[in-house]
Ligand binder design. Structure first.
Ligand code: ADP
Ligand code: ZN
Ligand code: ZN
Length: 731
């Protein structure tokens, strides 16, 4: 008796048994192939995990699967194993995790093949003589087909002047035929431009990466502009020469085509990018080209970590500290951490690059688990930016700008350079408040204020997306004295435009870049080099190079200093340095001015006077003293319901049940449940239980029992709950 054990996308944490479909020869089945199977009232696509002859269910109760979709498994065995491992580590149902490792079209049951392009060619033995002498168009068309014995597409025929409407006539006469071919790009030469001669620091980093042909993890730490990308490019070149492929993960590429362009400029090998602006079809084709070894370099965001490579050679993660490498919902995996597992499986080097490494990665480097490679100088002689803290206590601000900052902006613009103003709030103003009674326009669905937008005018909740018109009167006292409080990017843009009417002010945030190509147009204007002011959110901090910017102004450096999240300080420092890194590339030395109410804050001072590494060491000491990650490990059990207090009660009951029934593994403990930092969001009331482990083993023992209890508890079907292992934030 043959039983197929399938991983099926469902919230249930188990595998499901089926009988083979009619006419299937089970000896030819390989684990990992997709299987179409009935599941409740639906048909779903499962992955074959095991072929066995036993089931805990009676055979008569097992249903036959409908059909087998693949002859070969789409994912190679080791990536299937990686996805399974991730499902267990991140406590996510296996069937769903495996699906997420596949391109969308494969999840939907499409064949694991390229989209075939229809091509035309002349039928065997066809000749012009078989056509009437006056059928000029048919003759011309057949002539074209005869000139392209490999086949030609209708578009190409049209481009060469062929009357494609006559193709069917030729086909009926048995003179032409169509066939399918997938698109492949041939590869011969590797380099398209010569690599730059490396400076000694870069050369030593490259040498260390290349020294390990097998598995190694390397932290490449170097300030923005220090030439890390050049090191990646040359490390990749070495792998390409050895006939291998490279996988490069970046935080986002839809918005920063420069990243991909830089690789295309350097290499003439086929490069594919995988990102959210592509159609599902394009993504599957790119994925297949990676799997078949046709694409030699694969550049993608988080989910690209599961892209199969026929000949893996190196994995590079740029901006490794970026929180986007951790998925924040559903299957909450960290692509960076999985990359380390994958590199070990494939016995290849992993390079983690950053100007501001995460404290986890830095800790691993300090402990000697990762090679720690550093570049301390900027490449190409450009000087690092100079930092200045602007103490704004008791200073009158004009729309968030201090007089000292305004005069610095004027000075830079008048000397013919560009200025970047950073502010982490989009919209006109973060609150709309009543001058007479203090009422504030709040979101009815969240514990949050509505943000005032003026372009177009409306109120918008940035947490649940609720939008409404701007009220004319206070809802408490009826007064019409409603005023915007606080400054967002729209307001800052308006104020700067009034202060500097002779210079263009360009706003860059999610609202201003929504239109297709908006970002390209902005970059085009900035690259013209004329003096201008760029004002925007952290979108400005990512990936872009602004060679003519000489002044970076940070309007509110304090925003994350006193966050409830223990990572608040780390994120603030990373963001500040990331924004600062935009200034003074090329030959223009840059200045970074940071407005703060806490100019004597020791951590801020360490950061600006001694740099990120010094800051990170102080912060690591604080984490150690408080036994916070990376000195411990934790997970969050989050719950939400529409009823106030119920999520918290549910978590409390789960905790109690576990405590009554089993001993906590040594080194594990929990804190809470507490209401979440934003208790109400999108109409749901939220609470969380923090689960700490001194080591991963203790934590995972506890989590495994926890999951079991959660699944048994009848209440858990009435509450939306999730487990987040190594969460990126506590909200
Ligand atoms: P990072 O990735 O660390 O921000 P990049 O690799 O983008 O730095 O380098 C910053 C600038 O310096 C780029 O314009 C790059 O072309 C240039 N550069 C990098 N390495 C060298 C080098 N060895 N010699 C000259 N210029 C270099
Ligand atoms: Zn009022
Ligand atoms: Zn809301």
């Amino acid at each position: 008796m043959t039983i197929l054990r399938l991983a099926i996308p469902s919230p249930l944490r188990r595998l499901f048994d089926y009988l083979p479909p009619a006419g299937c020869n089970p000896t030819q089945l390989q684990p990992g192939v997709r299987v179409l199977a009935p599941f409740g009232k639906r048909e779903v696509i499962g992955i074959l995990m095991e072929i066995t002859d036993q089931s805990e269910f009676e055979l008569s109760r097992l249903k036959p699967a409908r059909s087998i979709l693949d002859t070969e498994p789409p994912l190679p065995r080791h990536l299937l194993k990686l996805a399974r491992w991730a499902a267990s580590y991140y406590q996510h149902p296996e069937g769903d995790a495996l699906q997420q490792a596949l391109p969308v079209l494969l999840r939907k049951g499409q064949p694991c093949e390229y989209q075939h392009e229809t091509l035309w060619r002349a039928a065997e033995g066809a000749s012009i003589a078989q056509l009437k002498a006056n059928a000029h168009r048919q003759i011309a068309l057949l002539q074209l087909l005869l000139e392209h014995p490999q086949g030609i597409s209708t578009d190409a025929l049209r481009a060469e002047g062929g009357q494609v409407s006559n193709l069917s006539t030729l086909q009926e006469k048995g003179l032409a035929e169509s066939f399918q071919r997938c698109h492949k790009t041939p590869t011969s030469q590797i380099l398209h431009e010569a690599p730059l001669p490396l400076n000694p620091e870069q050369a030593s980093c490259l040498q260390q990466i290349n020294a390990e042909q097998a598995f190694s993890i390397n932290l490449l730490e170097g300030i923005t502009g220090s030439g890390k990308t050049e090191v990646y490019l040359q490390a990749i070149e070495q792998r390409l020469n050895a006939g291998l492929q490279a996988l490069v993960l970046v935080p986002e590429i839809g918005l920063t085509p420069q990243t991909v362009n830089r690789f295309k400029q350097r290499f003439s090998v086929p490069i594919v990018a995988l990102h959210s602006n592509m159609t599902d079809r394009q993504r599957l084709d790119a994925w297949l080209q990676a799997r078949e070894g046709i694409a030699r370099i694969v550049i993608g965001t988080r989910s690209a970590i599961f892209t199969p490579l026929q000949k893996p050679g190196i994995i590079i993660i740029d901006e490794e500290h970026d929180p986007s490498f951790k998925q924040q919902d559903g299957f909450r995996y960290s692509a960076r951490d999985l990359a380390a597992m994958r590199a070990r499986d494939e016995q290849i080097p992993l390079v983690l690059g950053s100007a501001t490494p995460s404290l986890e990665t830095l800790h691993n480097a300090i402990e000697g688990r990762y090679h720690w490679l550093r570049i301390t100088q900027r490449a190409g002689n450009s000087a690092p930016p100079r930092f200045e803290l602007l103490d704004i206590r008791q200073i009158p601000l004009q729309e968030g700008l201090s007089p000292a900052l305004v005069s610095a902006i004027r000075q830079h613009l008048e000397s013919g350079t560009q200025v970047l103003v950073f502010l982490n709030r989009r919209g006109f103003s973060p609150t709309l408040s009543c001058h007479d009674c203090g009422w504030i326009a709040d979101c009815t669905r969240c514990d949050a204020h509505m943000t005032l937008h003026q372009n177009p005018p409306h109120l918008h909740c940035h947490h649940c997306d609720k939008q409404s018109g701007i009220p004319l009167h206070c809802q408490e006292c009826g007064s019409d004295q409603l005023q915007p409080v606080g400054v967002g990017t729209e307001r800052s843009e308006q104020a700067l435009q009034q202060l500097f009417p002779d210079f263009p002010v360009i706003r860059v945030d999610r609202d201003s870049t929504q239109r297709k190509h908006a970002m390209q147009e902005i970059m085009h204007q900035v690259n013209s080099g004329d003096p201008c002011i760029l004002v925007g959110t952290q979108m400005l901090a990512k990936g872009h190079h602004f060679p003519k910017v000489t002044l970076v102004a940070i309007l509110n450096a304090d925003s994350g200093l006193f966050s409830a999240d223990f990572r608040g300080m780390e994120r603030t420092a990373q963001l500040i340095l990331q924004v600062a890194g935009r200034a003074g590339r090329a030959d223009h030395p840059g200045t970074v001015m940071m407005q703060t109410y806490h100019a004597d804050h020791p951590i801020l001072q360490t950061l600006v006077e001694q740099g990120y590494s010094a800051f990170a060491l102080v912060e690591l000491n604080n984490r150690k003293a408080a036994q916070l990650p990376p000195y411990s490990h934790y997970a969050l059990l989050r719950a939400e319901t529409s009823q106030k207090g119920r999520a918290e009660a549910f978590l409390g009951a789960i905790r109690q049940q576990l405590e009554d029934d089993l001993l906590l593994p040594p080194g594990a403990h929990w804190i809470g449940p507490f209401p979440s930092p934003m208790e109400k969001r999108a109409g749901m009331h939220r609470a969380q239980l923090m689960i700490y482990g001194q080591n991963r083993k203790a934590l995972h023992q506890l989590l495994a029992s926890l999951c079991w209890y959660l699944e048994q508890n009848p209440e858990s079907r009435k509450v939306r709950w999730s487990i987040d292992v190594d969460p990126a934030d506590t909200f």
